[in-house]
Every structure is written in C-alpha cells, then in structure tokens.
Design a protein around this ligand. Sequence first.
Ligand code: BTN
Length: 278
Amino acid sequence: MLNKLSENEIKDIISTTTIKNEISNCKWFAKDIYVYDEIDSTNNECKRLAERGIKHGALVIANNQTNGKGRRGRSWYLEQETGIAMTLLLRPDIKPYNASSLTLVAAMAISKAIRDIAGIEALIKWPNDIVVNGKKLTGILTEMSADVDKVNYIVIGIGINVNTKRFDEDIVDKATSLKLETNKNYNRNTIIASFGYHFEKYYEKYLKTNDMTLLMEEYNKYLVNIEREVTVLTRDSSYKAIAKGINNTGELVVRMDDNTEKTVSAGEVSVRGVYGYV
Ligand code: BTN
C-alpha cells in the first residue's frame, strides 16, 4: 500500500543503483560499491577487501555494524537503517606523514554535503567531527596501511546520523541527527553521493601540495572551535588555550595564556570546549 504511506514513511534503502545514478559527475568515487546488510565494521571489511586488491575509490556501506569502531578505541553506535556507515578506500601516492590531513579533507566534504542538502550550519570540530548546534552529527575514523615511506592504502570510515529519532541515554546530550535538527527525513544515497562529489574536488586540491595549504582557509571558515577557548587533553595532562585554526599540515594552532602560539596534532591530543563538547 505504498500510496497510503507519506513520503516520510517510505523506507530509505541504500541502493547501489541510486548512488551510481547520482555520482555520474564523479571521476573515481564509488565506481565499485560493496553494500552489506550487516557487517562487523565497514572499516574492517574495507581493509579486508583492500588486502584482496579492490580499487582506489571503492566504497563499503552497511545497514548495520555489529562492532562499529570509533576513535580512541571507543565503539560507534549506528541505529539500524537510519544512519550511514560507510568506508572509502584510497590508494594515494603519498608519504605516511601526509596521510593525517585526509581525515580533515573528508570532514570538509561532509560539512559541505550536509550544508547543501539540509541547509543547516554543519561545522567542523577539529580534527574531523561534524557538529550541529553543539552536538555531534558525524564521526570519522581513518586507518592506514603503510611501509616506512609509502602508503599502501587508507580507509576513511564515516558514520552519519541521518534519520535517527533517538539516542541512548549515555550519548543523548552529545549526539544529534539530521532528523532531530530539521524534523525531515533524508535519502541516505543522496548524502553519500554528495559527499563523494565534494570529496573528489577537495582531494584534487589536497593532492596539489599533499597537505592543507589550498584548503585551510575554507576549513577554518567552518571550524566550530575558532577563536574559542578549548581544553587540550594530552595523555597525562590538560590545559586551556584559544583555538586559532589549522595550519597547512592540519595541526591545530592554539594561543596560550602568555600569548605564545603552539601547534597540537590530532594523534597526540584531543580538544574539548571549556563548557562541553565544543
Ligand atoms: C568517532 O569516534 O567519532 C569516529 C566514528 C567513526 C564511525 C564510522 S561508521 C563507519 C566506519 N566503520 C566503523 O567501524 N567506524 C566508522
């Protein structure tokens, strides 16, 4: 009885055909797509497939993850069929020390896609969370296989809360979704395709310098932390500073109390807002 259902009630299904139709303007993004109803983690599956030789730009998507992984060993909650869990495989000819910027490039592409599609202010919390109204909409987990001076492959795993209506108590204060922010439902295929289109554009710029030189101005424009007081958390201490924006290598420049500037790198520290998550 499809015609009795309102548009919002029609089940949003991840469809390779729909994504392919919507990425006709892409050069290499998602030419190969692997969709799973359920998998441990799209990052894990993408790494397994990468070892078997799948191509640059291949995309792994799942409706459900049984072991979704977040940063710093945390897990990632995906409400079945309402969120996006996808992992993009890259095989760039770059040095391992240039790889960390790619996670910032992905954040820029998601921020742009969400702003275009939902018309909301989707900002970047350094290095790569997307936040809306101070709550987390998207997380990115980037992993790499490399030799000493050569990248074999990079997987960029992205979790986006799309049509999710509620979150568990432990994350309800920190997490949000497009549905909760706009009271509308979104087609996940369209968001995936839009991300790919923008990622290709930003990636092209990244490859010109293998860093954020040509992207940092735009990144800083959407950086939620800019000119805000943040708490920088190191392994065994924490201090307060003002975030000034990223530099060309993607590190965060912060101004200390004594007016000196310092750069912090995402591998070593994380930042929090002084009064909360941002
Ligand atoms: C974070 O902690 O903010 C990063 C979360 C990344 C979650 C995504 S969901 C798709 C991909 N597969 C995973 O297991 N993790 C990433």
